[in-house]
Each structure stands twice: as C-alpha cells, then as structure tokens.
Design a protein around this ligand. Sequence first.
Ligand code: FAD
Ligand code: EPU
Length: 338
Amino acid sequence: MLQIEQNVSLKNFNTFGIDAKARYFTEINQEDDLVELFLDEQWKNMPRLILGGGSNMLFVKDFDGIVIRMNIRGIEHRINHDEVIVEAGAGEVWNGLVNYCVDHDFAGMENLSLIPGSVGASPIQNIGAYGVELKDVFHSCKAFEIATGIFKTFTKDECGFGYRESVFKAELKGQYIITHVKFQLSQTPHLKLTYGAIEQELTNRGITEPTIKDVSKVVSHIRVSKLPDPSTIGNAGSFFKNPVISTDQFAQLQAQHPDVVNYPAPNGVKLAAGWLIEQCGWKGKTVGNTGTWKNQALVLVNHGGATGQEVYKLSSQIIDSVYTKFGVSLEREVNIID
Ligand code: FAD
Ligand code: EPU
C-alpha cells in the first residue's frame, strides 16, 4: 500500500543538504507501486520529481508537487561462460552494486567505484569516472512510461548515451521512470589504468599486477583525496560539465593561454572546467554559506545552512567570470529543481 506524506523536508534526501520541502512525498518499493500511483489522476496530473539519492540535484525552492523516491531493491546475476549479466533494482545504492561486482570478481565497473547515488539514476547522465562510462557496462534498462502505464525495455542503442547525456535527459525527459538496470560484465578483467593518477597510485602501493579489487581501492582513494564527502560538506560533485569547444576556438584560446588543460573529444576539444574556474580565482573561495571546494574548483559546496538560491547565484557568477576571461560557456551538470 502506497504511503503519501505531506510537507516533507528534503534535507536528508539531497547531498547538498538543502532544506527544501516537498508538498507530497512517496517511496516506491516495487513496480506495482508505480502502477497504483499513476492510476490516480490526482498524482498523474501533478508536477513530479523522481528522486534517487539526490546527489545530482539542487533545490532552489520548495517542490510544489509529488517527490517520488525510488527504493526498488535487489541484485541478481547470471553467468554464461565469461559473460556475466547483473540486474539491480533502481533503488540500490550505486556503490553497493559496484562492491557486489568487485567482490564476485565481475569485471567492468571497478573504475566507477564510490560514485554516489542510485542504480536507477546511473543511465540518466551516463555516469562516468576514471576513463569508464556507464555505457561501457550497460546492457539494458526497464522503465515505466508514465503516460501509458506500460513498462518498456531500453537497449543500449536506444538510450542515446553521450558525455553526461542520455535520451532520459533529452527527448524523453520526464516521461519514463527507470525501475531496473542490467549490466554486462566479464569474468576476465580488461583493466583501464591510464586515466588520471591510477597507475601512479598503484606504483606507490608496489602493485605490479593489479586485480579489479586493487583498481577499485585505488580509484576510491583518489576520489576521497579530491572530493568532499557529502555527509560532512554538502555538494553534488562536479557542478558543471567539462565544456567541449571547436578546434578553431581552441586554437585561439591556446594561443592566449598556452597551459589550458585539454583532452581530445569526438566533436572538438574538451577543456577542464576545474582549471578554467581556478584561473578565475574561485578555487577554495567562500561566498556566504557557499563556495568552491579547496581541492577541486569544479565542486560547489554548502558550508552549512546555504539555500539553493545562494548556490545557484554562485554558479551564475562563476559562469559569468569564465565567459568573460575565456569566452567559454559553462553548462550546469547538476539538475536544477525550480
Ligand atoms: P538524483 O540526484 O536523485 O537524480 C538525478 C536525476 O535523475 C534527476 O533528474 C532525477 O529525476 C533522475 N532520476 C533519478 N532516479 C531516476 C529513475 N529511477 N528513473 C528516472 N529518473 C531518475 N557523477 C558522475 O557521473 N561521475 C562522478 O564521478 C561523480 N562524482 C560525484 C561525486 C560526489 C561527491 C557527488 C555528490 C556526486 C557525484 N556525481 C558523479 C553525480 C551523481 O553521483 C550522479 O549523477 C548519480 O548518478 C546521481 O544519482 P542519484 O540517485 O543521486 O540521482
Ligand atoms: N583542474 C584544475 N583545478 C581544479 C580542478 C581541476 O586545474 O580545481 C584540472 C587539473 O589539470 C586536473 C584536470 O582539471 O588534472 C581534471 O580534473 P579531475 O581529474 O579532478 O577531473 P574533472 O575533469 O574535474 C571529471 C568528472 C568527474 C570525475 C572525474 C574523474 C566531469 C564534469 N567531471 O572531473 O565527475 O569523477 O573527471 O574521471 O566530467 C561528477 O560528474 O560529479 C564528477 C565528479
């Protein structure tokens, strides 16, 4: 039986720790709960927000509608020779799933260790870190279509994955609720060690033949050293995407700023937003209750008691100053809930 609560504080449901309120709030523990909820015209016609771990959203005001928190649990796997198919409920904690796979020696997810949030949200922005993206391990997902009440399976091709992008953020935005995700992993490791400080950290530990457990530990260690822990300092990870600019624009930019941090990208050149922001003098700066993280300028933080508007205002100031100095437009990665 569905429980619907009223005037619920979302402070413990978003990693920024913003004290916004939901007019209505419900938790989905099984697929049938979604069917039941949306059979009722009252809920079907009301503004709604699908919530996982709340680690990629900023509430700039109270939510005047129904917040639907996904809590469908369960992890299962099926082994077929070298291939392993793992299926998890949308409400499973992402890092719990990664640990499950690493503990079973199912290879493929180890570089995605310690990313906060839920399994159900992982396809939404095609989460990525340390040279691996969700799309590299994604098999398919099951989703509930709100308009029809029908469950549909999306294959990888149908998801339109890109850098921090998918159909669920674009043309199908707000239309589907993901209930389960299937992953395709392998019993043979294909380690990806070239990104960032992974190799260096393995060397520091004297590891010459790393296992997936080693990689998971090293990635977790690097992340902890760079990123603030949301349980003590409110944040939502990278606040902006790393911008991709054309090769022409890049040539001009590099002529003026020879040390601009950049990476090749399929449709141009990707810049490190953290570098751009740091060059504008924002790194580690405190503005009221907000600021940027001392070890990573791309991460905006709530030092305590910040409102969503304050964080949003800071993000606008950062966008303006990066544009003024470099002529590059930063795009917010975090979902703004207004
Ligand atoms: P939420 O914040 O709850 O929701 C995010 C979006 O997905 C919202 O639009 C929501 O409506 C929608 N949504 C959620 N669940 C569902 C569902 N079941 N069906 C349909 N829509 C849904 N991200 C990376 O990619 N790489 C990183 O390295 C990374 N590092 C981070 C580090 C920190 C410290 C933090 C706080 C965040 C980081 N993030 C990173 C961002 C975040 O972890 C991911 O975006 C994560 O997938 C969000 O999961 P969530 O369950 O918290 O989603
Ligand atoms: N840099 C600076 N100053 C800073 C931060 C970064 O100069 O304050 C420069 C450095 O040269 C550094 C480079 O930027 O080498 C890249 O920084 P980092 O390795 O920290 O990665 P990022 O590009 O800032 C991206 C993702 C992260 C992901 C890491 C590791 C985006 C928007 N962010 O960050 O994802 O964990 O790579 O793969 O793509 C997230 O999405 O929330 C997130 C944390």
